[in-house]
Write a protein that binds this ligand. Structure first.
Ligand SMILES: [Zn+2]
Length: 64
């Protein structure tokens, strides 16, 4: 029996990746934190767009 792993789309490059390997980004307006949107990304794509001065407070997994 094959197990199908959930696939998500990276919000930066548009390519597919396994849900278990994705970074989840939560987006909400500071004026309305009750509404939020979840976005998925490759770790490498997130690293590329974040300015080097922005600290990474969690250890991001390597892309697989
Ligand atoms: Zn990507």
């Amino acid at each position: 029996m094959n197990i199908i792993e959930p696939i998500v789309t990276c919000c930066f490059c548009g390519q597919s990746l396994l849900f278990k390997n994705a970074v989840l980004i939560s987006v909400s307006l500071s004026s309305n934190i009750e509404e939020a949107q979840g976005l998925y990304a490759h770790k490498s794509c997130l690293d590329k767009v974040l300015h080097e001065s922005i600290p990474r407070l969690i250890t991001l997994p390597d892309d697989e």
